[in-house]
Design a protein around this ligand. Sequence first.
Ligand code: ZN
Length: 253
Amino acid sequence: MKIIDTHAHYDDERFDIDRDLLINTMLDTDVENIINIGCSISRSKESVALAQKYDKIFAAVGVHPEEIYDLPDNYLDILRELSQNKKVVAIGEIGLDYHYESYDRQRQIKVFREQLALADELSLPAVIHSRDATEDTLNVLRELRPKKAVMHCFSGSAQTAREVLDMGLYISFTGVLTFKNAKKAVEACGIIPMDRLMLETDCPYMAPAPHRGERCISSMAKYTAAKLAEIKGISTDEAISVCNVNAKRFFGI
Ligand SMILES: [Zn+2]
């Protein structure tokens, strides 16, 4: 069964050598749709260009928390204008990332809040990135209550998953779910209702086992699907099918 990869970065330079061949091959064989996610203003533009080029690719536009430091003052206007394109289906990825020491917490929170508000203003779902920033991310979400959002690359606890679910949000898993040390994520996955789950790769990052460490591509989402199926006690095809339905509903594609 063909998979919808709800979070990919095919504008990444690691795809420069074979981007078109790779995308065409996957869309012909095992991938139904791809949502290509923006990380910065320039990469959001590249994301829209990819979606323009391929029928089955859609785009999200947004500024990742690590890309906020030289933002133009009118960045929200630029995102608003980009989102007028019919292939833009979400605002993302946006959020908080306290992984590297030099981060500016207040500035990250400000830009996250502004983009969450933009998503609601445009009636688009938000794709949320959170790394080492669970408490602040949940606080912003509790306060702004986005109408539709997904916590991407989820690796948090069952408790965090419950809080996210209580706010009506979706949760998506990358290859992290297949890692040997992913006990927390596996436990969290176990308590998430099937109608709130989505599959993603975050490619070229986060390749699932047995490809961990390699360049990730959307086809590899099948390993994450197999793990999800094992956790839920269903077949891999069933897991893919339900996640595809959820993705179509979530992104309106
Ligand atoms: Zn990403």
